[in-house]
Design a protein around this ligand. Structure first.
Ligand code: HEM
Length: 150
């Protein structure tokens, strides 16, 4: 069995230099930068929802309505949704490229991944920005006062 020598990682690649955008490199950078942001966003989210105030017992429809009445949490949740979904999808893309060997299966798996990510981003964003606390029965959600006259 012959083995190919592995090139030193910093070897100049003058002959094959690609002058376009290096998407693979920026994908790599994105995973690290979004990872740092996600630590703050995820643990902040868990703390506010599960620990602060009455903790997990306070979570109900009115709790969510209360959070989304504040633009701070709209921005927070939007960032969490977009950064985590794109991070997860890009990570899955790496796994698919590494483990799905048959080109056609890989191509369709990547397409399905891209399509499901786009649908989830669209739906999630719509939920955040079209949320109406007075939809349905304000009596059962405990928001009678807030929704009175609407
Ligand atoms: C605390 C927050 C998180 C941090 C710090 C973090 C960090 C990272 C980093 C640095 C990588 C690159 C690993 C590599 O290239 O070897 C990675 C990969 C990955 N992440 Fe995250 N991540 C976080 C949250 C998430 C979430 C919420 C998801 C799912 C939505 C996710 C899904 C993935 C996937 C699927 C991969 C690819 C795994 C692989 O290459 O083996 N991560 N993460």
């Amino acid at each position: 069995m012959t083995t190919e020598p592995v090139e030193w990682p910093r070897t100049a690649r003058a002959a094959t230099r690609n002058r376009g955008i290096n998407w693979e490199k920026w994908g790599w950078v994105y995973m690290r930068v979004s990872g740092v942001a996600l630590v703050v966003l995820i643990f902040g989210h868990l703390f506010v929802n599960l620990v602060a105030g009455e903790g997990v017992n306070a979570i109900d429809f009115a709790f969510v309505a209360g959070k989304w009445a504040d633009p701070f949490y709209i921005v927070w949740d939007t960032l969490l949704l977009w950064l985590a979904l794109i991070h997860g999808a890009n990570g899955m893309r790496t796994l698919v490229n590494d483990y799905v060997y048959r080109p056609k299966v890989r191509k369709w798996t990547l397409r399905a991944l891209f399509a499901s990510t786009a649908v989830l981003l669209l739906l999630g964003t719509l939920v955040i920005y079209t949320f109406d606390p007075c939809i349905g029965d304000p009596q059962s959600s405990g928001l009678q006062e807030l929704c009175a006259g609407r």
